[in-house]
Design a protein around this ligand. Structure first.
Ligand code: AHR
Length: 662
């Protein structure tokens, strides 16, 4: 029985409930949503093609997680074309941030086409659109005898050498003192049959034989989401946008912390011209270029109309995996607070402030609005969080009293002396077996009172089914996760999310994690969206569709539901009503192997019923490149279409939203 008339029994739903968690893991950023198509574009280091990289075999991801630490400056991803010698050079740095460049010697007797190519992030998609190429070039003074050179920039098949499209940059006066940056648009009309393609930059040996050049920051962008320069890969960004996410939590996860204090995510090294961003060996054992930096993250939230949930460094770095980590001492927490305050000034300050003016100089004079700040990530790993949290909490609150501050731990196990003040939030992470989420459907029902956290909200910041139910009942971290989210994963995660929906005064936000995986090189499975270089092979998982479904049908108030079934399980449900009071939603999950008869009585007449369902007779079904629609939302055919009563058999293993038009 759903009551629309008992308005006292309603609660406002949590306005930001469904959102996105993003950190660069499994090449989700570089080689992922960051649309740059060139791998190792500034010779910062790369693990690409090194050692045994994990990959896909049939429908299964194979190989080990957390593979190899990247080699230092390398030429990985690059190959010479024609009669040239290609080396790394550190005597002609492009900038302090990018000290290693490619030296290209063209021998005196060279003939024909000479230059180099890049293989991309395990390939490059070539489809009809305009590509933007750019690179920096310098010539060696004694060896550079020509004062003009022509460069041809082309997209080619790596298999047949066929040129899909090319652009010539003629009469370039390459300098011998300062690098010049060249830009070219490649207007491509071809559709390459696969993504085994390259970007080639070539010269005519008759013009340059006997000469030496230096190249760096060689870049290629396809058309991006909302046409942002240095922006996001369209297909992945569109999949996110289509989920109607309300917030983006960034830049970590572990990836904010650093494998050392020195290699932590330093916001000030991720902004400004790309040539001034050094990048770093990041937490997930590969180089981050930081081309997707603080401003790009903020613009991402702007372009998808999301709330930024900005994680600030909290004075703790992980050290190499498995070690205890390094904490800033209490006596130096002022430095960490200042880092965060400067970062916030960059985000929110007016153009008359130092960092607000810096942001304006990066072409974004309008300040962003930050309403949520997370202090660190998973600090229950560290015994020093109490003093770090307390120092940062006080300092940030004094400067920005209206911002909601999120703690990553509290004294749940009496391990910490942390009390999250009312108005604050707790970010909790769960990588679990399906049963955990089903068992904990009610976890937030009385959470505030039973844990002495009156007035504290919860961010379900990372959660997903990592492994299937096992005899031990708990995750075995030495085993890999399931390769792809299964229907049973979505059912379990959806049940946990429903538990959150029923407690909007506590659970304010929730996001699946990790969100993306490049299937060519990964750290973690399962993930919500998997992809490779070919956008036609981007797979939206069952977990994606569960999040999509719940986010698409958000009421603005919860509705009281009474039932004659007794307790929840194997059926779970929650109901809400939209702002205009024209639609009642009933979300129903059947976690059982058999259909369950359901009678819904409304206290008001409905004109029609529609439904959207995610189901499959096999609870272990999942979407793959070969079958992208094994577990997707489908329109439900309902027979009883008006009145006050609706009868239906909820299919086995299903997630449904019923929509009553009132
Ligand atoms: O989502 C992957 C990792 O899991 C995150 O970086 C970390 O916060 C958690 O342990």
């Amino acid at each position: 029985q759903i009551s629309t008339k008992d308005t006292k029994g309603r609660n406002d739903t949590a306005p930001y409930l469904y959102g996105l968690m993003f950190e660069d893991i499994s090449h989700s950023g570089d080689g992922g949503i960051y649309a740059e198509m060139i791998t190792n574009r500034a010779f910062q280091g790369s693990n690409l093609y090194f050692g045994t990289t994990p990959g896909l075999s049939g429908n299964m991801i194979v190989g080990s997680e957390n593979p190899i630490v990247p080699a230092g400056p390398v030429l990985t991803g690059w190959a010479p074309i024609g009669d040239v010698r290609m080396n790394l050079d550190i005597l002609h740095p492009l900038s302090d941030a990018l000290p290693t460049v490619m030296q290209l010697d063209v021998p005196a007797g060279a003939t024909g086409e000479v230059g180099f190519l890049n293989y991309g992030w395990w390939g490059m998609d070539v489809s009809p659109q305009d590509y933007k190429a750019s690179f920096y070039v310098l010539a060696n003074a004694p060896r550079y005898t020509n004062n003009v050179t022509a460069f041809t920039v082309s997209l080619r098949s790596n298999l047949t050498g066929e040129v899909w499209a090319s652009t010539k940059i003629s009469n370039v006066p390459v300098d011998t003192v300062d690098y010049i940056q060249l830009n070219a648009t490649i207007s491509n009309k071809a559709t390459a049959p696969d993504s085994n393609n390259t970007l080639a930059i070539t010269m005519d040996a008759s013009q340059v034989a006997g000469q030496t050049f230096y190249f760096d920051l060689i870049s290629l962008f396809p058309e991006t989401f909302k046409n942002r320069p240095n922006g996001l890969r369209k297909d992945i960004a569109e999949a996110f946008y289509d989920m109607k996410p309300k917030f983006l939590r960034f830049p970590g996860g572990n990836n904010i912390e650093g494998l050392s204090v020195q290699k932590r995510w330093k916001w000030w090294e991720t902004i400004g011209p790309l040539k001034d961003r050094p990048g770093r060996i990041a937490d997930w054992n590969y180089v981050n270029t930081d081309g997707l930096g603080l401003l790009e993250y903020l613009e991402w939230t702007e372009d998808m109309e999301m709330e930024p949930v900005l994680a600030v460094y909290s004075g703790f770095s992980l050290d190499v995996w498995g070690q205890a980590g390094t904490s800033f001492p209490e006596s130096r927490m002022d430095e960490i607070l200042q880092e965060a305050l400067d970062e916030l000034e960059y985000c929110m300050g007016s153009t008359s402030t130092k960092y607000g003016a810096l942001r304006a100089s990066h072409d974004h004079p309008a300040p962003f609005k930050i309403n949520f700040i997370e202090i660190g990530n998973e600090d229950w790993f560290s015994s020093t969080y109490p003093y770090r949290f307390s120092y940062l909490y006080k300092g940030l609150k004094a400067a920005y009293p209206d911002i909601t501050l999120i703690s990553t731990a509290y004294n749940e196990n009496a391990d910490y002396n942390i009390t999250i003040p009312a108005g604050g939030m707790w970010d909790t992470h769960h990588y679990e077996e399906p049963h955990y989420f089903l068992d904990n459907f009610n976890f937030y029902d009385n959470w505030q009172t039973s844990t002495n956290n009156e007035g504290v909200g919860v961010l379900l910041g990372e959660y997903s089914v990592k492994q299937l139910d096992s005899p031990s009942g708990v995750i075995n971290w030495s085993l890999p996760g399931v390769p792809f989210p299964q229907l049973i994963s979505a059912i379990a995660e959806g049940t946990y999310a429903l538990g959150g929906e029923r407690n909007p005064n506590t659970v304010k936000m929730s996001s699946y994690a990790p969100s993306l995986i490049n299937t060519n090189w990964f750290n973690w499975t399962p993930d919500m969206i998997s992809f490779n270089a070919d956008p036609k092979q981007t797979v939206l998982s069952s977990s994606y569709w569960q999040q999509w479904l719940f986010a698409h049908f958000r009421g603005s108030q919860t509705l009281p539901v009474t039932n004659t079934r007794g307790d929840f399980r194997p059926l779970f449900w929650a109901s809400s009503i939209n702002d205009a009071e024209t639609e009642v939603y009933l979300k129903v999950i059947n976690s059982d192997a058999v259909g369950i008869p359901l009678t819904v009585n409304l206290d008001t007449s409905f004109k029609s019923v529609n439904g959207t369902i995610i189901t499959n007779s096999n609870p272990n079904a999942y979407n793959t490149v070969e079958d992208m629609e094994a577990v997707v939302p489908r329109k439900l055919n309902v027979t009883s279409t008006s009145g006050k009563k609706f009868m239906w058999i909820v299919p086995a293993y299903s997630i449904t939203v019923l929509q009553f038009d009132i």
